[in-house]
Design a protein around this ligand. Structure first.
Ligand code: NAD
Ligand code: 6OH
Length: 484
């Protein structure tokens, strides 16, 4: 049975308070997680502070780059261990975790190692009032100790998406993984020790949010900045905590993303694209589609085609390579998703497919399984269409004109992502400009160039991370003006 301890100053720290970690595929007990209290969080922050003033703080850029590449190699070498840990924690199929989660865990260190080696600086020469000259140049310094708070849907990917740039910029981190998925953040601690990252640079404290490690971390005065990925409501609580001591935040939050299909779209690609953006990772991707808008001439045909896709998924043991649809992350999250399935039914939605729990057999019968689900016939004001469900479900609404669908798509407090399918180039660019989101994919979805700005508008987040954009949060910029 696994024993998920805190990782503080390079040491594995047990506490007297543990909680269960269960495999959502069959609800079997994977191990026990040691909950960090105030003392452990304080020790982690102190260790991170000390590391800044130790060897880590005086490394040359190339030495940091070499260490980041060693972490990449370390993850690659233990790929199968990360894969097993992630699948047991989340229930996601091996075919997904092996192509997305674990490779991105390594890529998120590599991209920022490359960035800090090559990023250009900024300087300005100026004429001065006395007829002379002066030179201005920018200096970037690490922000300091960064609190990293992560969600459960893409645990390694989303944690390293923050730890990669934080370390590349010379910071130190205290990571608080989701209580549902402690495994890969813990395993990364072994890699850090194996490759010689100085103790205290990377720390992991386990626990929950309120009155637990999450809250203790965001409230700790020794934390210089907080990067958070999770629900919008949680983002509000973290931003409130960060306000004390004026710590900056980077927030990647919730969404209720539209998928828009025009009649002129490549039909088969649009069906495949919307099926992926709706059902991949059992609908537990923040960028995923829960609102589909299809132009009326192809509406009926599209609904039938997406239904066929949803009914073609193969559920089963996530370790089985033939399986392409796993459980939700927990029985608790399944209750939330099923409550929306019930809400849709009560509101009189047409249940095109799904709407319940599949009949799993053997040990899988105890897992957090739900049916992929498609609805039509609800008004845009329905909570099913307004609120984030974060499950394998979508509502399909017909539309007639471009203006009408832009209005409907933008009618949400969120603004994270959109996916648009059309072969009309001008329409594609008009939609890209008109949709109030941080990320708009045209004839594609979740295609990621890690140099691009990533983040949400409105209640989907604050700030952008990715490529040079990450420097804004993970460094402090100083302007030096030299009179010549
Ligand atoms: N925008 C993005 O890039 C992105 C990516 C993935 C997930 N998400 C969002 O995350 C949500 C699903 O993940 P989740 O259920 O883990 O989110 P969550 O907000 O419930 O929890 C996220 C993390 O925050 C911690 N936390 C909770 N309350 C806290 C508090 N008061 N103080 C400090 N920490 C606290 C949790 O323990 C967990 O580690 C969805 O809304 C999804 O849209 C967004
Ligand atoms: O569930 C949300 C997915 C977020 C993905 C990223 O942050 C990324 O691809 O960098």
């Amino acid at each position: 049975m696994a024993d998920f301890r805190n990782f503080i100053n390079g040491q594995w720290i047990a506490t007297g308070k543990t909680f269960e970690n269960r495999n959502p595929a069959d609800n079997s007990l994977v191990g026990m997680v040691h909950e960090a209290g105030q003392a452990e969080v304080d020790a982690a922050v102190q260790a991170a502070r000390a590391a800044l003033q130790g060897p880590w703080g005086s490394l040359k850029v190339q030495q940091r780059v070499d260490l980041l590449h060693a972490i990449v190699d370390g993850i690659d070498k233990r790929f199968d261990e990360f894969l097993e840990a992630e699948i047991k924690d989340t229930g996601k199929p091996r075919r997904l975790a092996s192509h997305l989660d674990i490779p991105r865990g390594a890529a998120n260190f590599k991209i920022f190692a490359d960035l800090i080696r090559n990023v250009p600086g900024e300087s300005f020469g100026m004429d001065t009032p006395d007829g002379g000259r002066a030179l201005n140049y920018a200096v970037r310094a690490p922000r300091g100790v960064i609190g990293v708070i992560c969600p459960w849907n893409l645990p390694l990917l989303l944690m390293t998406w923050k730890v990669g740039p934080a370390l590349a910029c010379g910071n130190t981190v205290v990571v608080k993984p989701s209580e549902d998925t402690p495994a890969t953040a813990t395993l990364l601690g072994e890699i850090m020790n194996d490759v010689g990252v100085p103790h205290g640079v990377y720390n992991v404290v386990h626990g929950f949010g309120p009155e637990s490690a999450g809250e203790y971390l965001t409230a700790h005065p020794g934390v210089d900045g907080i990067t958070f990925t999770g629900e919008t409501r949680t983002g509000e609580a973290i931003m409130t905590a960060a306000a004390k001591g004026l710590r900056p935040v980077s927030l990647e939050l919730g969404g209720k993303n539209p998928g828009i299909v025009f009649a002129d779209a490549d039909f088969d690609k649009a069906v495949a694209g919307i099926a992926r953006s709706t059902f991949e990772n059992t609908g537990q991707v923040c960028l995923g589609t829960e609102r589909v808008y299809v132009q009326r001439p192809i509406f009926e045909r599209f609904v039938a085609a997406l239904k066929a896709r949803a009914e073609s998924f193969r559920m089963g043991d996530p370790f089985d390579d033939d399986v392409d649809f796993g459980p939700l992350v927990s029985l608790k999250h399944r209750e939330k998703v099923l409550s929306y399935y019930e809400k849709a039914r009560k509101e009189g939605a047409t249940v095109v497919t799904g709407g319940g729990v599949p009949g799993m057999t053997g040990p899988l019968a105890d897992g957090a399984w739900v049916q992929p689900t498609i609805w039509t016939g609800l008004p845009e004001t329905s909570p099913v269409i307004r609120e984030e469900i974060f499950g394998p479900c979508c509502h399909i609404q017909p539309f007639d004109t471009e203006d009408e669908v832009i209005r409907m798509a933008n009618e949400t407090p969120y603004g994270l992502a959109a996916t648009v399918w059309t072969q009309d180039l001008s329409a594609a660019h008009r939609l890209g400009a008109a949709l109030n989101v941080g990320l708009c994919w045209i004839n594609s979805w979740f295609l990621r160039d890690l140099r691009t700005a990533f983040g949400g508008a409105r209640q989907s987040g604050i700030g952008r991370e990715g490529g040079v954009h990450s420097l804004e949060f993970y460094t402090e910029m100083r302007n030096v003006c030299v009179k010549l």
